[in-house]
Design a protein around this ligand. Structure first.
Ligand code: COA
Length: 320
């Protein structure tokens, strides 16, 4: 087997490997888009990665035929450090063990370029591939997940709890709730580097956006007090869940937060169910969301609402 740098001439052969990976993935996650099972569509996604600034990677050739590849590119946001990202279209192998050779070759250049924070988005169904990455020093940072857009059967609500659409009068609470997610995720054990905005910024955003018909905002109310909020929208409004990780006609649970004193008493479930019901009524076929797996709250709440993992984001920092 020959391992060499990924080149333009590899796009077609590696696109075919990617299309085949996606076909296998859809056996366990049929809500993912069938579009990328077509070789031309997979080649187009791979070509987009290849054309990203500073993209590089490796390809494995056996008997003149590509049997695997990895292709990454850096993101400019400082949140990710001196990084390289292998996105949903950036890898496929016929034998998971080969990924360890591919990474060894590709990471030589990445680390030589000073890119020491590595992120890879791996199909969640491929246990052998995930394990190959684990044996390259990676651990799980994030989960992407999906469920059908079907109005949930709500057995009963906890006493005094209701959910309704947000109005302009809710803006002060919506703005405070905006800060709860980054505040929570900045703490142990998530330690996210995401910026916590200010209440003034949040109030101004809501004043502009509360009537935007592209976003369905819900509030959970208990004893007349707003205790939580959630936002649904079309997945197209999101900058994540891209390429092979973007299902067709999907709704998106883009945000949810409950004030700390009210957590763990059913408000998060009620808000999630409201967004799923809204997505069903709006004609979406599925609902997508994602979470930091180190966020002990969301990583427990969303699977309980029927979301199952599609892609895992794994992470490794070199140097220690
Ligand atoms: C995530 C969040 C919105 C969930 O809201 P919540 O009101 O705390 O959640 P709920 O009380 O409705 O619980 C949701 C589900 O998680 C389950 N759950 C909660 N804690 C659990 C635990 N320790 N172990 C197992 N399951 C747990 C609950 O049992 C419930 O499932 P069930 O209804 O089937 O029993 C809320 O905790 C929050 O604001 N967290 C901080 C911000 C955040 O992480 N937002 C989400 C960003 S992706």
């Amino acid at each position: 087997m020959e391992i060499r740098p990924f080149a333009a001439g590899d796009l077609t052969g590696c696109g075919a490997l990617l299309a085949e990976r996606h076909r296998r993935h859809r056996v366990t996650q049929p809500l993912l888009s069938p579009r990328f099972e077509a070789v031309e569509a997979a080649v187009a996604e791979l070509t987009a990665v290849f054309k990203t600034g500073d993209a590089s990677g490796a390809v494995a050739i056996r008997a003149g035929v590509p049997v695997g590849f990895v292709l990454g590119a850096p993101k400019t946001s400082p949140v990710w450090g001196p990084n390289i990202w292998v996105e949903a279209a950036g890898q496929a192998v016929t034998d998971a063990e080969v990924m360890r050779d591919l990474y060894a070759a590709a990471a030589t250049r990445w680390v030589d370029e000073g890119r020491t924070a590595h992120y890879v988005v791996v199909p969640a169904d491929d246990a052998d591939l995930v394990r190959a990455w684990f044996r390259l020093g990676f651990g799980q940072q994030h989960a992407h997940a999906i469920r059908p857009a079907e109005r949930p059967v709500v057995a009963s609500r906890a006493d005094g709890l209701s959910v309704r659409r947000a109005t302009r009068a809710d803006i002060p609470e919506l703005a405070r709730l905006d800060l709860e997610l980054p505040t929570h995720q900045g703490r142990s054990p998530t330690f996210s580097a995401g910026r916590v905005g200010t209440i003034e910024e949040s109030l101004a955003d809501w004043a502009d956006d509360i009537d935007n018909p592209d976003f369905a905002t819900f509030v959970a109310v208990r004893d007349g007090m707003v205790i939580g909020s959630a936002i649904g929208c079309a997945l197209e409004k999101s900058s994540s869940h891209l390429s092979l990780a973007r299902p067709d006609n999907a709704g998106f649970l883009g945000f949810a937060a409950v004030f700390p004193s009210a957590r763990g008493t059913g408000a998060g479930r009620a808000l999630g169910e409201a967004v799923i019901g809204w997505a069903a009524d709006s004609g979406f076929g599925s609902v997508v969301t994602d979470w930091r797996v180190t966020n002990l709250l969301s990583s427990r709440a969303w699977p309980r609402l029927g979301f199952t993992e599609t892609f895992l984001r794994l992470h490794r920092t070199i140097g220690y």
